[in-house]
Ligand binder design. Structure first.
Ligand code: UDP
Length: 474
C-alpha cells in the first residue's frame, strides 16, 4: 500500500472567465478534501485566478503564453474573453494548442497523478498518456446539455430538416426535447476549423479517463443515468461547484474585481423585501446593442420590480441608451441598480431579497440560480445555452422563456421588445406560477446543498474518483 501517499492533481483550465471560475471552484473542492491541488495558467490570468482562489490551499504554476508573433493575437491577449470581443476566437483557440509543450514540461517537473484539463484542450489526453497518468475532462457542464450534444452528434437529426426554424426532436434522448437548427452549438457562423475542433474534443473525451460533470445527481437523474448507461461514458458528478464558496467574502471574490462595492451592494439588498429583486446578467462577455438595452430598461420599469442589472457595454461611456428620465425615475428612487462591468454574481443571487434571475443560460449561471433557489427567465445567446434554457423551462420547470429563437448576432434576431421582457419578469416574480416555480427551485437548492455535504451524492462521487485515482497512482 500506497494508501497514505499524497495525491497530486493538476488543473488546467481554459483561459476564459466562464471556464476559470468553475475550475477554481472545483479545485477548491479537491483542496478542501485534503488533496494536493495545483492550477496551471499563463501569467496574465494569474490575478483573476488568485483572487478566485482566495484563502484556499491551491498552488498556482505558470507556463508562458506564446508570443503575439507566434499567434497573431494582439499583445497581452491571454484570455478568450478579450479575444471574443474582437472576433479573434478561432485565432485564440489555435494559439492555445501551443501551450502543449510548456504544459508537458511542467508535468515532467511536477509528477502529478492526474490532469484535470478543460474540454478545449483535446490534446491533453495524449499529453497525460505520455506520463502514464489519467486525463480527466472538465467542461463545466451538466448531464443534460452533454446528452443533447451527444445525441445530436450521433444521430444528426438536423440533416433531415431544411429550414432553420423548424423544430425537430432529439432522437433517443428521454424527455421529448425539440430544438431547431438555429439553436445548435454549431451554426452557419462556424467554419470548418471550429467543427474540426469539436470533433477533436469529442474524440479526446471518449479516449480520456472520464468526465467531471458540474452537476448533482438529484437535479437530472434521468440524464445522469442516460449519460452513463446509454451513452456508456464514465463520469463523476461533483457539483454544484459554486457551493464550494462558503462565506460572503469568497462569493464576492469569484472572477474579476467587482465594479461595485460589495458592502454597498449588500446594504442595498438588505433594504429590500425578500424575493422582491430581479437580477439580470448575461454572462461574462455578452454585450447588447443600445436598442436592446433600451428595451430591457423599459421592460424592467413596466414590470414594477426592483432590479440589479449587469451591463457589460461601453463601460466608460455615458448611459446614453437609457430611456429618458430613467435615471431619476428608477435609479434615483432606489428601484434599481445598474452594475457596469463585473458583478459579484453568487453573492447577489444568494441574498434573500433576490427572487428571480434573467440569465443567458451559461451552465454556471444556471446552477448558481438553482443553488439560490430562484426561478429564471431564459435568454440564451450561443453555444449550448439553448439546451440549458430547455432544461430550465421543460425539464426542471423553473424557467420562463423570453422568446429568443436564434443565436445573438444572427439574422432574424431582432431586439426583444419591452413587452416580452416585462411579461417574463412578472411571470417569475409575482403570482401563483412564480410561487410554484420558486418552491420547486427552493427544493432543488436544498437538494444541491445536501449533495455536497458529507454522505451526499456529489460528496460520495468525489470519494469514488479519489479511490480510483489512488488505485492508479500505486
Ligand atoms: N460572473 C460574475 N459576474 C459577472 C458575470 C459573470 O461573477 O458580472 C460569473 C458567473 O457567476 C459565472 C461565470 O461568471 O460563474 C459565467 O459563467 P456562465 O457559464 O454563466 O457563462 P459564460 O460567461 O461562460 O457565458
Amino acid at each position: 500500500g500506497n494508501e497514505n501517499r499524497e495525491l497530486h492533481v493538476l488543473f488546467f483550465p481554459f483561459p476564459a472567465n466562464g471556464h476559470i471560475i468553475p475550475s477554481i471552484d472545483l479545485a477548491r473542492v479537491f483542496a478542501s478534501r485534503g488533496i494536493k491541488t495545483t492550477v496551471v495558467t499563463t501569467p496574465l490570468n494569474v490575478p483573476l485566478i488568485s483572487r478566485t482562489i482566495g484563502k484556499a490551499n491551491i498552488k498556482i504554476k505558470t507556463i508562458k503564453f506564446p508570443s503575439h508573433e507566434e499567434t497573431g493575437l494582439p499583445e497581452g491577449c491571454e484570455n478568450s474573453d478579450s479575444a471574443l470581443s474582437s472576433d479573434l476566437i478561432m485565432t485564440f483557440l489555435k494559439a492555445t494548442v501551443l501551450l502543449r509543450d510548456p504544459l508537458e514540461n511542467l508535468m515532467q517537473q511536477e509528477h502529478p497523478d492526474c490532469v484535470i484539463a478543460d474540454m478545449f484542450y483535446p490534446w491533453a489526453t495524449d499529453s497525460a498518456a505520455k506520463f502514464g497518468i489519467p486525463r480527466v475532462v472538465f467542461h463545466g457542464m451538466g448531464f443534460f446539455p452533454t446528452c443533447v450534444s451527444a445525441c445530436v452528434r450521433t444521430y444528426k437529426p438536423q440533416d433531415n430538416v431544411s429550414s432553420w426554424s423548424e423544430p425537430f426532436a432529439v432522437p433517443e434522448l428521454p424527455g421529448e426535447i425539440t430544438i431547431t437548427k438555429m439553436q445548435l452549438p454549431q451554426t452557419p457562423k462556424h467554419d470548418e476549423v471550429f467543427t474540426k475542433l469539436l470533433d477533436e474534443v469529442n474524440a479526446s473525451e471518449l479516449k480520456s479517463h472520464g468526465v467531471i460533470a458540474n452537476s448533482f445527481y438529484e437535479l437530472e437523474p434521468v440524464y445522469a443515468d442516460f449519460y452513463r448507461k446509454e451513452l456508456g461514458r464514465r463520469a463523476w458528478h461533483l457539483g454544484p461547484v459554486c457551493l464550494s464558496n462558503r462565506d460572503a467574502e469568497e462569493k464576492a471574490c469569484r472572477g474579476r474585481e467587482a465594479a461595485i462595492d460589495e458592502h454597498e451592494c449588500l446594504k442595498w439588498l438588505d433594504s429590500k423585501e425578500p424575493n422582491s429583486v430581479v437580477y439580470l446578467c448575461f454572462g461574462s462577455m455578452t454585450a447588447f446593442s443600445d436598442a436592446q438595452l433600451k428595451e430591457i430598461a423599459l421592460g424592467l420599469e413596466a414590470s414594477g420590480q426592483n432590479f440589479i442589472w449587469v451591463v457589460k457595454k461601453g463601460l466608460n461611456e455615458k448611459l446614453e441608451w437609457l430611456p429618458e428620465g430613467f435615471e431619476e425615475r428608477i435609479l434615483g428612487q432606489g428601484k434599481g441598480l445598474i452594475i457596469r462591468g463585473w458583478a459579484p454574481q453568487v453573492m447577489i443571487l444568494d441574498h434573500e431579497s433576490v427572487g428571480g434571475f434573467v440569465t443567458h443560460c451559461g451552465w454556471n449561471s444556471v446552477l448558481e440560480g438553482v443553488c439560490a433557489g430562484v426561478p429564471m427567465v431564459t435568454w440564451p445567446m450561443y453555444a449550448e445555452q439553448f439546451y440549458n434554457a430547455k432544461f430550465l423551462t421543460d425539464i426542471v420547470k423553473i424557467g420562463v422563456s423570453v422568446g429568443v429563437q436564434t443565436w445573438i448576432g444572427m439574422m432574424g434576431r431582432d431586439p426583444v421588445k419591452k413587452e416580452p421582457v416585462e411579461k417574463a419578469v412578472r411571470r417569475i416574480m409575482v403570482g401563483e406560477e412564480a410561487e410554484e416555480m420558486r418552491n420547486r427551485a427552493k427544493e432543488l437548492a436544498r437538494m444541491a446543498k445536501r449533495a455536497v455535504e458529507e454522505g451526499g451524492s456529489s460528496y460520495n462521487d468525489f470519494n469514488s474518483l479519489i479511490e480510483d485515482l489512488r488505485s492508479r497512482a500505486c
